[in-house]
Design a protein around this ligand. Structure first.
Ligand code: ATR
Length: 265
């Protein structure tokens, strides 16, 4: 019997995850099926349990259910605890193991695909919502010179920075400062907006990373115009999927061909 996995979200129509996992399965010679399931906004738990009871072995979880998946999990990894959110579930008997591969996905994309080693670097993380929370611990584990979290609502950045033992504040605190890596984890791109960044925020040779993918965002254009190297979040998407595949199947697939395939599409 084919092993079954799924991604739960709402909406879920545009997810690339089934295609990515189909490619991973082909590449590693594994027999598995991966489907996209749109859970009702008030029916996430029931949808996941029904999938497990029908023989599902694991699931990915995306917006807006990652916090509910955290609660649903009966056991959690350290990185899920640090993120306060779960994007990967593995069913084992009565236990529901919760993990979070988003931060590891970002770090893999930086290190393996973009040749950017966070160690000793000045890193600026924009935003203090779920996307930012997921990547704080894995970034700190790479021992940057500094991680600064900036958010429109400053107290949220301060709260989050206390959790990761780094620095945080409002955007006004960025005046006169330069960073080697600036990560946009705000929802500003969704609204076609640019976080209020000072003009000279990018250090010489800096990398600007937008967690969004699929189009040029105002943040990416802003960074490009100021001479920064620019990356979107497509690599992170594929890397977090590879990390989930590893959690489920014990093997980490090659990501470069899949990223290239998606870029070409
Ligand atoms: P997600 O889970 O995707 O991170 P979220 O929890 O709703 O989404 O958080 C959205 C983040 O984007 C927040 O940090 C938000 O800032 P506030 O905490 O001040 O609301 C940030 N954000 C949204 N729109 C923004 C904009 N136009 N400029 C700057 N930051 C923005």
């Amino acid at each position: 019997m084919t092993d079954r996995y799924a991604v739960f979200g709402n909406p879920i129509a545009h997810t690339k995850s089934p295609g990515i996992h189909a490619e991973f399965a082909r590449q590693t010679g594994q027999d598995l099926a991966y489907e996209a399931i749109e859970a009702p906004l008030d029916g996430f738990r029931a949808a996941v349990l029904a999938f497990r009871d029908a023989g599902g072995l694991g699931a990915n979880v995306t917006v807006p259910f990652k916090e509910q998946a955290f609660v649903l999990a009966t056991q959690r990894s350290d990185r899920a605890d640090a993120a306060g959110a779960v994007n990967t579930l593995r069913f084992e008997g009565d236990e529901i193991m919760g993990d979070n591969t988003d931060g590891a996905g970002l770090v893999s994309d930086l290190v393996d695909n973009l040749a950017f080693d966070p160690a000793g670097q000045r890193i600026l993380l924009l935003g203090a919502g779920g996307a930012a929370r997921g990547v704080g611990l894995p970034l700190m584990e790479r021992e940057p010179y500094e991680l600064f979290i900036a958010n429109r609502t400053a107290y949220k950045a301060r709260e989050l920075s206390a959790r990761f033992d780094c620095y945080g504040g409002g955007f006004e605190a960025l005046e006169g400062r330069q960073f080697d890596l600036v990560i946009n984890a705000t929802a500003a791109s969704l609204a076609g907006e640019l976080p209020p960044l000072p003009d000279d925020i990018f250090a010489e040779g800096a990398l600007a990373y937008d967690m969004m993918y699929g189009r040029e965002t105002p943040f990416m254009s802003f960074a490009r115009a100021r001479g920064a190297r620019v990356a979107d979040g497509l690599g992170m998407l594929v890397e977090q999927a590879a990390e989930a595949f590893l959690v489920w199947r014990g093997v980490r697939p090659q990501t470069a061909p899949v990223i290239a395939m998606l870029r070409a599409a």
